[in-house]
Design a protein around this ligand. Structure first.
Ligand code: 5GP
Ligand code: MN
Length: 333
């Protein structure tokens, strides 16, 4: 992959630029897409931020939210723009399989793909870019890109709000080890550009429906299984349970972290069944490598301490398989 700074020189004149992010986009995927969108617009480019599927409502406070084009809802609009684009940015994913229905469109693209991402083991389809798994978030890397381009001075409140949101959500509110001094330094700059961080926290964390909070009560009291000898906690939810609480997109977000707040727990899994698809969300502390676990056993991946994957087995079989894997993990002994 060639250094991303080489792209900066090519962006001196106005270009048509598509920005893409991963399926089921989160705060970092959307924060980085919209942060880069505002920056590139300021620089006089024609830009379209595209998501593979719908964006959770809690992110609708982000400036530029209405500019996002959902590929699932508007496939021709997104495809036509991508086909005519000069550049295609790929944010917060390391592999074209992560964009689901958009995969064939990007595979067919003749333009060079530009990666900005912090997941491990990026595939080799990206011509330019930066991949750094030590970074807290793709948002941090978008700020670094703007800074490296010599444009830190033109960062405005819109960009600041978007960048801050992804750094906030991907660091678990600045608690994970990835929260470097650089993260706090960037926030200092963002504050100087008018960032109102308390409004972002409220929009992200104090925006629950009563239903969601009651669902959480049900999950924590009835559905969380803790295995002290394996230092593990597992939450498994059937499609029937998810339907019973009429969950909205994003309502299971963050649930996986709760088992980790129990003394001695180093591994947590949230297993959800949606329309017969089983998804796993994995989190860990310390030296428990969930990226490898997800890659090896669940056709997934992610980061060392946060990863995800899928299973073709039933919910019960998936739980059994996971427990067997945990039993064999010496880091959990
Ligand atoms: P989450 O559990 O929040 O869905 O995902 C945790 C992390 O793992 C995220 O950084 C996400 O990008 C990554 N991840 C989630 N699911 C998958 C997957 O199926 N494949 C890969 N390669 N990464 C995933
Ligand atoms: Mn991210």
């Amino acid at each position: 992959m060639k250094p991303i700074i080489e792209v900066v020189a090519q962006l001196k004149t106005s270009k048509k630029i598509a920005i893409t992010c991963h399926y089921r986009p989160d705060g970092d995927a959307i924060g980085s897409s919209l942060g880069l969108y505002h920056y590139l617009c300021l620089k006089g480019h024609e830009v379209m931020p595209i998501t593979p599927n719908e964006v959770p409502d809690f992110l609708s406070f982000l400036p530029g939210f209405e500019s996002l084009v959902n590929f699932e809802a508007l496939p021709s609009k997104a495809t036509e723009f991508i086909q005519a684009a000069d550049y295609i940015f790929c944010l917060d994913y390391n592999n074209l399989s992560r964009v689901h229905a958009l995969t064939p469109v990007l595979e067919a693209a003749t333009q060079e793909l530009i990666l900005i991402d912090h997941h491990l083991q990026p595939s080799d389809v990206f011509t330019y870019g930066i991949s750094d798994s030590s970074k807290s978030s793709t948002c941090e890397m978008v700020y670094d890109f703007i800074d490296a381009a010599g444009d830190a001075a033109i960062v405005n409140q819109h960009i600041a709000t978007c960048i801050y949101t992804g750094m906030l959500t991907d660091t678990g509110s600045f608690r994970f080890p990835s929260t470097s001094a650089r993260v706090h330094e960037i926030i200092m700059h963002l504050k100087n550009k008018g960032l109102q961080h308390h409004l972002v926290h409220e929009a992200v964390y104090d925006n629950w429906t009563l239903n969601r909070l009651q669902f959480m009560g049900f999950v924590l009291s009835q559905k969380m299984e803790v295995f002290p000898e394996l230092h593990s906690g597992i939450i498994a939810l059937s499609s029937e349970e998810m339907e019973r609480f009429q969950l909205q997109n994003g309502d299971t977000e963050g649930l996986v972290n709760y088992p980790l707040s129990i003394q001695g727990i180093k591994f947590a899994a949230l297993i959800t069944e949606k329309e017969k698809e089983i998804r796993l969300s994995l989190r860990s502390k310390g030296n428990v490598d969930v990226n490898t676990l997800a890659r090896k056993h669940f056709n997934g991946g992610g980061h060392f301490n946060a990863a995800g994957g899928k299973s073709n087995l039933t919910l019960t079989e998936t739980i059994t398989k996971l427990k067997e894997i945990l039993n064999d993990l010496h880091e959990l002994k």
